[in-house]
Design a binder for this molecule. Structure first.
Ligand SMILES: Cc1cc2nc3c(=O)[nH]c(=O)nc-3n(C[C@H](O)[C@H](O)[C@H](O)COP(=O)(O)OP(=O)(O)OC[C@H]3O[C@@H](n4cnc5c(N)ncnc54)[C@H](O)[C@@H]3O)c2cc1C
Length: 755
C-alpha cells in the first residue's frame, strides 16, 4: 500500500481503542507528523462508547450506534490497526508482547486500555459471575440470557453487584429490556427478580444526596431490591454469600464493582497504584517511564485523582494527543488539570434520565433526550468521517530526528538501484534470526547454508509443479500480509492437486532506517512462515530489495503424481460447480482504502484470506473432482472462463447461490470497486443473457478480483452434495454449489447467469 513518501522514523503505538485514543487518532488524522507511524493495537474491532452502553443494553441503540468502528477510523488517520491483545511489555527493549502476533516495537507508547471489575478479590466470582467488562464478553452473555428467557418460561433471578453509577444504570437497563422482551410471555410467578448489592450504606456514594434519593425512588418503583451494607464475600454456583451472613439464590450475577487494571503494566515495572493503575504526571506521562503515556481508566493522575469515568477519558484525549506530538518532536510537555465537577447524565433504562452536577439534580424524559443528543453528536465525530485531502506536508519536522537519524536519512535518499537496492546482509540476518522454517529431508541446501541457490531433490515417481505470485500490500499489517501472500501463492499448487515442497520469497520493503526495515521484515516473514510451515513448505531462499512500497511474493514448488494432476480443462457436462470460499475481497479492500468499510467486514475478509485451501483441495480430490482452479485476480467469471474454454463446455451459474463476504453487496451498491474491475469486466462478452443478468445486484461481484480466494471445481452431480457437506465439516462453511456444467452449445457466449 502506498504510504507517506517520508520514511518511517518513529513508531507511536497506541494500546486500546479507549475514549482518549479515538481523539488522538482523529487529531493525528487532521495533522499527521511526516515520519511518524501510528499503530493502534486493540482487542475490539469496535470500541464501546460508555455513555451509550446502558442504552444499548436497554435496546434503544443498535450495536453499531453504540460503538466506534476502529478500522475505518485508523484508516482515516493513516494509522495501522492491529486486531490483537497486549499481554506484556518489555520496557528495556521497547517492545509490546502481543497475544497472537510477533512482538511489536515502539518508540513512544500510549496506553488507554480501560479497566475491568475486580473479580479476583471474591472467591468463586471469577468462575461464576459475568463482569461488565470486557464488554464483548458481557454482551455475548447478555444476549444468551435474553434468548434463554424469551425461549421459555424459566425463572430469572438477576443480581447486580456494585451500586455505583455503572451498576445502577446497568440494573435499570437490564430490567427494562427484560420486561419488554417478556411482556405477556411469562406467568406471574416467573417474572424476573432483580437484586442490587453494595457494601456501602447507600447507592451512588460518589454522587450528591439528591441524586441518591431519586435513584432510590426509581429502583423501588421498578421493584429492584437494593441490599445496602451487603458485602459479597463468596460466589457459589447459583448463589451469592454476604459477610453479614445473608445468602441469595440467583440465576445470573452481573459484576460492576471497583475497577482494577490489567497486570502487565505493573509486571513490566511501570510505577502503578494499589489497583495496578499507571501513575502519570499532569502531562499524562508515566512517572517512571518517560516514553510511556497513559490515559482513561488505566491512568492514575497522581496530582488529580478522579473517579473511573468515561468523561475523564474523553477529556484527556486532546491533551494526550498534544503531548504525544510534543514528545515526538522533542518539545516540552504541557500539564493538564482535569475538572473537579462534571455533569453526570444517568439513565433509568426507560428513556428517562437524571442530570446531576455539584449539589443539584434534575430528571425527566427531556434529560434523556438531551443525553441522547450529546451522545449521538459525540459518536458522529468518529463514525461519520469526512473525506480527507490527499495533500499532506511531507517535510520531516524539526525535532523528530536527531543528528544521526538525519544522516541516515540523507543516505536513504541516495540509495542505489540494481543490486545496490538489496537490503543489507546484517539487516536481513537480524530480521530472519528468530525464524524457524520447516525442515525437509529433500532440501539438500537451503536457507541455513551460505550458498548462492537452494538445492532440492525430487523424489522418484514425482513431478515438480512450479508457480509464482507476488503483489503489493493491500493492508498495513505486515504480519497478516505475509500470511495472506504465502497462502495465496500456495493455492495454485493446491488447485492442481500438488503438495507444497519449497518456497522462495521475493520482497520489496519501503526505504527506512535499518531498525525499522529489520522490524518490518521480521513481522512479514514470521507471518509468511506461519502459512508456509503449516503447508510443510520449506523456505529455501529469496531476494529482498528496497523500493517505494511493500510488496511480497513467492515462487513455490510442489510435488505431484503424474496421474493425479487436476487441471482446469476437465469440466464435464452434468458436473456441479463448487466454490469453497465467499467472494468480495476486491470491493471490500477498495472500500477500506476509502475508510468506507466496517471493521468487521474487513476482519471477516481477512479471516477468509488466511484460511488455507489445502484441506479443501484434498477433499475435492477425494470426491474425484474433474477440474479445479483457485479464484484470484481475474475474478470468479475470469477463472471460470479459463476452465470452460479448454473443457469445451457451457455453464449455468446461479447468481443467488454465490457465497458473498459480509459487506460486499453494500460496497458494490455504493459503487466501490477494485481498480482491476474494469479490466475483468471485459469478460462480460462471455455471458449469453447479459441484458437481464446485469440487472442482478450480485452481477458486478463475479468480476471482483480476489486475493487468496477459494477453489472453484467441477464435481460429478452424484458426489457434489456429499463433497459440500464434507467441506462444511472441514471449516469451509460457506462452500456452495453455484451452478452446473452444460454440453457445449454453438453460442459464442458459453455462460448463462440465473438470478
Ligand atoms: C454499565 C456502565 C455504564 C457506564 N456509563 C458511563 C457513562 O454514562 N459515562 C461515563 O463517563 N462513564 C461511564 N462508565 C464508565 C466507563 O465505562 C469507563 O470509565 C470508560 O469506559 C473508561 O474509558 P477508557 O477510555 O479508559 O477505556 P475503555 O472505554 O474501557 O476502552 C479500552 C479499550 O482498550 C481495549 N483493550 C483493553 N485491554 C487491552 C489490551 N490488553 N490490548 C489491546 N486492547 C485492549 C478494549 O478492548 C477497549 O476497546 C460506565 C461503566 C459501566 C460499567
Amino acid at each position: 500500500m502506498k504510504g507517506s513518501d517520508v520514511p518511517v522514523l518513529k513508531d507511536l503505538v497506541l494500546v486500546g481503542g479507549g475514549h482518549a485514543h479515538v481523539t488522538v487518532l482523529k487529531k493525528f488524522a487532521m495533522r499527521p507528523i511526516p515520519g511518524v507511524r501510528v499503530t493502534l493495537v486493540c482487542r475490539d474491532l469496535q470500541a464501546p462508547y460508555s455513555g451509550m452502553l446502558p442504552g444499548y443494553i436497554a435496546g434503544h441503540y443498535t450495536y453499531d450506534e453504540a460503538h466506534i468502528d476502529l478500522v475505518p477510523l485508523c484508516r482515516f488517520a493513516g494509522a495501522r490497526f492491529f486486531h490483537d491483545e497486549i499481554t506484556g511489555l518489555d520496557t528495556a527493549n521497547k517492545k509490546l508482547i502481543c497475544h497472537g502476533r510477533p512482538d511489536l516495537a515502539y518508540d513512544l507508547l500510549s496506553i488507554n486500555a480501560g479497566s475491568a471489575p475486580d473479580v479476583a478479590a471474591v472467591p468463586g466470582a471469577a468462575e461464576q459471575v459475568t463482569p461488565v467488562k470486557p464488554i464483548d464478553g458481557f454482551v455475548r452473555r447478555w444476549h444468551k440470557l435474553c434468548d434463554r428467557l424469551s425461549a421459555g418460561p424459566g425463572r430469572a433471578r438477576v443480581g447486580i453487584v456494585g451500586a455505583g453509577a455503572g451498576g445502577v444504570e446497568l440494573a435499570l437497563a437490564v430490567q427494562y429490556r427484560l420486561q419488554q422482551l417478556l411482556a405477556g410471555k411469562q406467568p406471574d410467578n416467573a417474572v424476573p427478580e432483580f437484586h442490587l448489592f453494595t457494601d456501602a450504606d447507600d447507592i451512588l456514594v460518589t454522587h450528591n444526596r439528591r441524586v441518591r434519593a431519586r435513584f432510590r425512588r426509581v429502583l423501588a418503583e421498578r421493584n429492584v431490591r437494593v441490599h445496602t451494607g451487603h458485602k459479597v464475600v463468596e460466589v457459589r454456583p447459583g448463589a451469592l454469600q454476604c459477610a453479614n451472613g445473608a445468602s441469595f439464590a440467583l440465576d445470573e450475577i452481573l459484576w460492576v464493582t471497583m475497577a482494577r487494571a490489567q497486570s502487565w503494566p505493573a509486571q513490566a515495572g511501570l510505577d502503578v497504584d494499589e489497583q495496578g493503575f499507571i501513575k502519570v504526571r499532569d502531562t499524562l506521562e508515566s512517572v517512571s517511564h518517560p516514553d510511556v503515556f497513559a490515559a482513561g481508566d488505566i491512568a492514575h493522575v497522581v496530582n488529580h485523582p478522579r473517579p473511573k469515568s468515561g468523561v475523564f477519558a474523553v477529556r484527556q484525549g486532546a491533551p494526550l494527543a498534544s503531548n504525544l506530538r510534543r514528545k515526538l518532536l522533542g518539545r516540552s510537555l504541557q500539564p493538564f488539570t482535569p475538572q473537579k465537577e462534571f455533569l453526570s447524565l444517568i439513565s433509568t433504562g426507560n428513556q428517562y434520565a437524571v442530570a446531576a452536577r455539584a449539589g443539584w439534580a434534575l430528571e425527566g424524559r427531556w434529560v434523556w433526550r438531551w443525553k441522547d443528543w450529546i451522545d449521538r453528536r459525540f459518536m458522529r465525530k468518529y463514525n461519520h468521517l469526512p473525506a480527507m485531502s490527499e495533500e499532506q506536508t511531507q517535510a520531516i519536522p524539526r525535532g523528530l530526528a536527531d543528528e544521526e537519524a538525519l544522516k541516515e536519512l540523507s543516505a536513504l535518499a541516495m540509495r542505489c538501484g540494481g543490486c545496490g537496492a538489496k537490503v543489507g546482509a546484517t539487516t536481513l540476518e537480524n530480521a530472519l534470526a528468530g525464524l524457524d522454517p520447516a525442515a525437509r529431508d529433500d532440501v539438500l541446501i537451503g536457507l541455513n547454508e551460505p550458498d548462492d541457490a537452494a538445492v532440492v531433490s525430487v523424489p522418484a515417481g514425482k513431478l515438480m509443479v512450479h508457480t509464482v505470485d507476488a503483489f503489493r500490500s493491500f493492508i498495513d499489517d505486515p504480519y497478516i500480509f505475509g500470511q495472506v501472500a504465502a497462502n495465496h501463492a500456495l493455492s495454485d499448487l493446491y488447485a492442481m492437486g500438488a503438495t507444497p515442497q519449497t518456497a522462495l520469497a521475493i520482497v520489496t520493503v519501503p526505504y527506512a532506517p535499518e531498525r525499522k526495515v529489520t522490524d518490518l521484515l521480521a513481522q512479514l516473514m514470521q507471518g509468511a512462515l506461519n502459512a508456509l510451515n503449516e503447508a510443510g513448505a520449506a523456505l529455501v531462499g529469496g531476494h529482498t530489495s528496497e523500493g517505494g512500497e511493500l510488496s511480497l511474493g513467492f515462487s513455490v514448488n510442489g510435488l505431484i503424481d503424474k496421474n493425479k494432476i487436476l487441471q482446469k480443462s476437465g469440466l464435464r457436462p452434468g458436473d456441479c460447480i463448487l466454490l469453497t470460499k465467499p467472494i468480495g475481497t476486491g470491493t471490500l479492500f477498495a472500500a477500506d482504502m476509502r475508510h468506507q468499510a466496517k471493521g468487521h467486514w474487513i476482519a471477516s475478509a481477512l479471516a477468509c484470506m488466511l484460511q488455507s485451501n489445502r484441506a479443501a483441495a484434498e477433499c475435492l480430490f477425494a470426491h474425484d473432482a474433474h477440474a479445479c482452479t483457485d479464484v484470484t485476480g481475474f475474478g470468479l467469471l475470469g477463472h471460470l472462463v479459463e476452465m470452460i474454454k479448454p473443457s469445451r463446455v457451457d455453464v449455468e451459474i446461479n447468481l443467488g447461490s454465490i457465497p458473498l463476504l459480509p459487506g460486499a453487496e453494500q460496497t458494490v451498491r455504493a459503487g466501490i470497486f477494485s481498480s482491476l474491475q474494469p479490466q475483468n469486466l471485459r469478460l462480460r462478452r462471455a455471458v449469453h443473457n447479459l441484458e437481464t443478468a446485469s440487472k442482478d445486484k450480485r452481477y458486478p461481484l463475479i468480476f471482483d478480483p480476489q486475493t487468496s480466494g477459494g477453489l472453484l471445481a467441477g464435481v460429478a452431480e452424484q458426489r457434489a452434495r456429499a463433497c459440500v457437506a464434507e467441506l462444511h465439516k472441514l471449516g469451509y462453511a460457506r462452500t456452495a454449489i453455484i451452478g452446473r456444467v452444460l454440453p457445449e452449445s454453438d453460442r459464442v457466449e458459453p455462460v448463462s447467469l440465473r438470478p
